[in-house]
Design a protein around this ligand. Structure first.
Ligand code: GAR
Length: 193
């Protein structure tokens, strides 16, 4: 059985979508562990309410950094839980060598734009600010860059005239929730996981 580990910093709606796809059987997998660098994140409460093992990744006061020794501890936790594919779901720190080397080509990310356009934070707001006509969602394999790495699945979305960043993000999330479980399933099959 495909065993997933999820890393998130926020509300965890993508984690919920993955869980829902597992429940209805469109994604054959289990979530073994949910980890968050934000002790107050809703993603941890969601995991608790579904009885999924969860823990805080303690970055010890580092605001944006994901220190190497913390990445090593994170990799250990994921390995102990038997994880074979790691899914970043709104995880807002850059993953580097210690974690990448522990899961080579086995970390996925969902990003709220059509990469390579608008990498980084609040990509939906960047798209509105840039007066872009379209944006979208990308699922990609994580490498050492910021929102770079092999694209597995993308879906386009037209930006409506005078659409606010918040309204656009809501529509982007509807797409995210549909395509992330699909992309995970597709990618896991391609690796025989
Ligand atoms: C999602 O929109 C995800 O694409 C984005 O954070 C949000 C998390 O929402 N991720 C990034 O911007 C990563 N660069 P969620 O916590 O409700 O899943």
């Amino acid at each position: 059985m495909l065993t997933l580990g999820i890393l998130g910093s926020g509300s965890g709606s993508n984690m919920q979508a993955i869980l829902d796809a597992i429940t209805v059987g469109t994604l054959q997998a289990k979530i073994a562990i949910v980890l968050s660098d934000n002790p107050k994140a809703l993603i941890l409460k969601r995991a608790a309410s579904h009885g999924i093992p969860h823990a805080v990744i303690d970055c010890e006061g580092h605001k944006n950094k994901f220190p190497d020794y913390v990445q090593i501890e994170t990799a250990e936790k994921l390995k102990q839980a038997g994880v074979d594919l790691v899914c970043l779901a709104g995880f807002m720190r850059l993953v580097k060598a210690p974690l990448l080397d522990a899961f080579p080509s086995k970390i996925l990310n969902i990003h709220p734009s059509l990469l390579p356009a608008f990498p980084g934070v609040a990509a939906w707001a960047q798209a509105v600010e840039a007066k872009a006509k379209e944006t979208g969602v990308t699922v990609h394999v994580v490498d050492s860059g910021m929102d770079t790495g092999l694209v597995i699945l993308q879906e386009k979305l037209d930006i409506l005239p005078a659409e606010t960043a918040d309204a656009l993000h809501k529509r982007i999330q509807v797409i995210e929730h549909r395509i992330y479980p699909m992309a995970i399933s597709q990618y896991a099959h391609s690796l025989n996981l």
